[in-house]
Ligand binder design. Structure first.
Ligand code: 5CA
Length: 442
């Protein structure tokens, strides 16, 4: 954990500064980052939550390669259209390849190879894979990088109505996913850019450092997240959820309608900056038509499948959570994405009794299923507190020689700064209760 004491000068926004200071990431080339151990733990938690919510909504995981053939992109007509953002590669046999910026073509090729009948539909396949986009202005660390992780899901349906339901499933899954990260993400009508289609929502979290200018109704910030027992096969139910979450005004600057916005009561208007953490698209037959992805319909006639695609950037999400949750002392991780749930500080490493107590607490917490980072370095107490606050683990358990003599330890909640002294057994119980109460979203 290579923590830095000083704020790196070239980092402009707080999440980038804190990710460098906490030793989460390291820049290896412009817009290309190594994920160091602490950062990787966050990235893994983010990916796990994404998987759980994708699976809950009926999507199925697979894994496609990062390197793709140019010929595949010629079939859809995007090879030339994609421009300078695409990293083009030539292999030893002079074959034109590319590092995938997205996977519409490849998934269409896979599905057309195996799916021959409408009976196999609907189908939604997703993967978590690195992407490369040669961004003109990579900046803000992993927020806008050139190499980044994406969860991209692709839905296939027989017709537009089916595709609409697939879209609603992902829309609803996204509301749950972002809520589980501790984020308030608002779906906004958005421009479709190089992916295409005419129906699309960006999921935006409000943050002063966001790159998008956004306008929305304030009430969205208090809307309830769809519950874990949402029935994803209930067409009308999901239609209602989406209708509610699109009932009020919300748009990015490209889609902004000043007249509609001005109709909102003045005290309900939010004009702010936002971070796009997810983006979903319905684009019908834009890829399936030129790539001839057909199935046999119920009447035996061939039908071109309707498609949508659904992206989340886990690397960007890690930074976005920090933008949304930090204070003057550092990061304040929400429990579900925290790299460790508890930071255990041994105030006097090398002291026999303190070491024994700290190691015992460590073992018992791990055995109780909590993830614990044990600081048994020989830094000064003050430096340990500063580092632990900066890396932002939700709870701290502080073990010192004086307390150990009388069988007591201290618990601190990072977010509120609240501290309490209690016996070791009480501390173990309290931490278990506090952590488990914050891990899940109903
Ligand atoms: N194929 C579609 C959906 S799967 C697609 O590529 N959509 S996208 O372009 O909107 O990207 C999806 C998500 O990836 C974005 O919402 C964002 O969270 C993330 N993302 C896109 N570009 C970057 C970047 N340069 N750095 C970090 N994350 C990015």
């Amino acid at each position: 954990m290579p923590v830095l004491r000083d704020t790196p000068k070239d980092a402009e926004i707080i999440s980038h500064q804190l990710m460098l200071r906490a030793g989460m990431v390291r820049q290896e080339s412009a817009g290309i980052y190594a994920w160091l151990p602490l950062g990787l733990r966050v990235l893994n938690k983010v990916q796990q939550i994404i998987r759980e919510e994708q699976n809950r909504a009926g999507a199925i995981e697979l894994l496609m390669p990062t390197i793709q053939s140019a010929d595949l992109w010629r079939e859809s007509g995007r090879y030339d259209a994609y421009g300078d953002e695409m990293l083009r590669i030539t292999d030893r046999n002079k074959r034109e390849m590319l590092f995938g910026p997205t996977n519409e073509e490849m998934i269409t090729e896979i599905v057309r190879a195996y799916v021959k009948s409408y009976r196999s539909l609907p189908l939604n396949l997703y993967h978590l894979q690195w992407k490369f986009r040669d961004e003109r202005r990579p900046r803000f660390g992993v927020m806008r990088s050139r190499e980044f992780l994406m969860k991209d899901a692709y839905s296939f349906d027989l017709d537009a109505a089916g595709a609409r339901h697939s879209y609603n499933k992902m829309f609803t899954a996204y509301l749950r996913t972002f809520a589980r990260f501790g984020l308030k993400a608002i779906p906004m009508r958005a421009d479709t850019g190089p992916i295409g289609g005419d129906l699309s929502h960006e999921f935006i979290i409000l943050a002063d450092t966001g790159e998008s200018e956004v306008f929305c109704h304030k009430d969205y910030l208090d809307f309830a997240t769809p519950p874990a027992n949402t029935n994803f096969d209930d067409v009308a139910g999901l239609e209602q959820t989406v209708a509610k979450w699109t009932s009020l005004y919300a748009a990015t600057s490209e889609m902004h309608d000043a007249t509609a916005y001005d109709a909102i009561a003045t005290d309900k208007r939010v004009s702010a900056r936002g971070i796009e953490v997810g983006h979903i698209f319905y684009f019908g037959t834009k890829y399936s038509e030129p790539m001839k992805a057909l199935v046999q319909g119920p009447d035996g006639k061939p039908v071109v499948m309707h498609m949508g695609s659904y992206g989340i950037g886990p690397t960007r999400v890690a930074a976005a959570v920090i933008e949304a949750s930090h204070d003057e002392h550092g990061i304040v991780w929400p429990v579900p994405v925290a790299p460790f749930e508890v930071g255990l500080i041994n105030l006097k490493a090398g002291d026999k009794d303190t070491d024994a107590a700290a190691n015992d607490l460590y073992t018992k917490l791990e055995r109780a299923g909590l993830s614990v980072l044990l600081d048994d370095t020989d830094e000064r107490a003050g430096a340990k507190f500063t580092t632990m606050d900066m890396i932002g683990l939700p709870f701290q358990l502080i073990v010192g020689p004086k307390g150990v003599k009388v069988g007591e330890v201290e618990i601190k909640e990072r977010k509120t700064g609240e501290r309490a002294t209690m016996t070791m057994d009480a501390a173990l119980r309290r931490l278990s209760d506090l952590v488990s109460a914050r891990r899940f979203l109903a």
